[in-house]
Design a protein around this ligand. Structure first.
Ligand code: F0G
Length: 459
């Protein structure tokens, strides 16, 4: 079939204007923010690709359902509708709502994870890792080797290495209260996990008696990747692939700010009730009563509708086409990206693009600043500005240990930007690629004690 223009499979009935600043105006904004994109106001950004989390445009059906929500403190009709939807899509009948993904992590791990425990996954997301480490346990990443090579175009670079996992489980008997996998693998570039890998991982966890919990934020995108890339999956519906994914697991943790198409929300979903009473007791302490868990009932309604909408294959075809198109266009104009494109985001390989900037001058951050100055695009550095460390040598000298990769993530909000806007951005990026030798490195002038990237300042 002839390849046709990517179109948004929806009509738009509510709009927000974009703001356009001149390069000089942006220069003033970014100088004031110490070259940190987290410190600028959204009104100074034209295209905001900082995250795909909570930035979704909700549909008319979601807003409509929100208007008829039942805001009762206990036993709300909206909770039951939400719970039944999670059960239909994922097959888990016990559902505990939370205000977002990390709240689900805190409540769930708070009940199950103790000091000295080890939790394997392909790659843990930052908040997942932080919540595990906060309890004195260890978050262990066992992604397949090809997942660490930005240029390797393998189809399922999010897979958890079954050989490493088997060895890890055998060596740590009694120390692993749960085993995880993240779909898609955000930290590893939004790369998918195959059905075959899910099956292998589930059987290893089962063999060692370890409950299997999926970090499911982008489960629909993962299911669409399985449909399009895995042998004998093409004729299946995405809904049935998603259901089979969860059939391997004992439960999931979910940030509804991604594939539940919502601006806020999250949940824990479980197949059986062994931890249920304890989790609910913990939930009541900080999140709220088990039928609302820190959310308004209208948010539960929005999530329930979003969980069904996200499985629309026209939507998912378009969703994955956008990131793969954007990535191909970047490559065409000479900007290298992590390959293949992830589901929710494209990751530029700043180390390969700007070899004249050494890691201690933060090539990813320098590129992120330039994308803002040139086009008003807000992205997120995932490299040495985020993960680089200073160590002190025995001589007393300070040494900088760079991150393994220097990436810049452009994460796409769901249903927000149009194809012509993406083309417009690419036209602007062409100029950047032509003049890349003029981009200069940055110097860290304020280094906060924790989570540097949120508040650091650069000159
Ligand atoms: N797990 C994964 C894989 C995530 O990507 C995120 C959030 C969370 C858990 C936590 O969910 O934000 O609702 O508390 N990722 C966002 C991002 C923040 O920009 O990638 P949350």
């Amino acid at each position: 079939m002839k390849k046709r223009t990517i179109i948004e499979p929806f009509k738009i009935k509510m709009v927000e204007p974009l703001t356009f600043l001149t390069r000089d105006e942006r220069k003033r904004v970014i100088d004031e923010a110490g070259n940190n994109l987290f410190l600028i106001k959204s009104e100074h950004v034209t295209f905001d690709f900082l995250t795909d989390s909570g930035t979704t445009a909700m549909s008319a059906a979601q807003w409509g359902a929100m208007m008829v929500a039942d805001e009762s403190y206990a036993g709300s009709r909206s909770f039951e509708r939400f719970r039944a939807t999670v059960e239909k899509v994922m097959g888990f009948s016990h559902v505990i709502p939370t205000h977002q993904g990390r709240a689900a992590e805190r409540v769930f791990f708070g009940q199950l994870v103790k000091s000295g425990h080890k939790i394997p996954s392909n790659n843990h997301f930052d908040t997942t890792r932080a919540n595990i480490e906060f309890l004195g346990a260890e978050a262990v990443d066992l992604v397949v080797e090809e997942g660490k090579d930005p240029a390797n175009p393998a189809p399922f670079k999010g897979n958890l290495d079954p050989v490493k996992l088997e060895k890890f489980c055998a060596e740590n008997r009694g120390k692993i209260p749960i085993g995880m996998i993240t779909i898609t693998n955000n930290t590893g570039g939004g790369q998918p996990v195959s059905m075959e890998n899910l099956r292998q991982v589930a059987s290893i966890y089962k063999k060692y008696g370890i409950p299997f919990i999926i970090d499911a934020c982008r489960f629909a995108e993962n299911s669409m990747f399985i449909k399009t890339r895995e042998a004998e999956m093409g004729s299946r519906t995405v809904a049935s692939i998603a259901r089979e994914t969860f059939d391997f697991a004992d439960g999931c943790l979910m940030s509804a700010k991604k594939d539940a198409m919502s601006n806020i929300g999250g949940f824990i979903a479980l197949r059986d009730d062994r931890w249920l009473a304890d989790l609910r007791n913990l939930l009541i302490l900080t999140e709220g009563f088990p039928t609302y868990g820190g959310l308004a009932a209208r948010d539960l309604e929005g999530m329930a509708v979003g969980l069904i909408e996200v499985l629309d294959e026209n939507y998912l075809t378009y969703r994955l086409a956008v990131s793969s198109y954007f990535s191909e266009q970047l490559n065409r104009i000479g900007i290298p990206t992590m390959r293949p494109a992830g589901g929710h985001a494209v990751y530029i390989d700043a180390k390969a693009f700007l070899p004249h900037i050494p890691p201690e001058q933060f090539p990813g951050q320098a590129l992120a600043v330039e994308l803002y100055l040139a086009e008003g695009v807000r992205s997120c550095e995932i490299g040495s500005a985020m993960f680089g460390k200073f160590t002190t040598e025995s001589s007393g000298a300070k040494k900088f240990v760079p991150a393994a990769m220097e990436l810049v993530r452009l994460a796409f909000p769901r249903r927000v930007y149009t194809q012509s806007q993406f083309d417009y951005i690419i036209e602007g990026f062409e100029e950047i690629a032509l003049n890349k030798d003029r981009i200069r490195g940055l110097k860290l002038v304020y280094d906060p004690p924790y989570l540097r990237h949120f508040t650091a300042r650069f000159a």
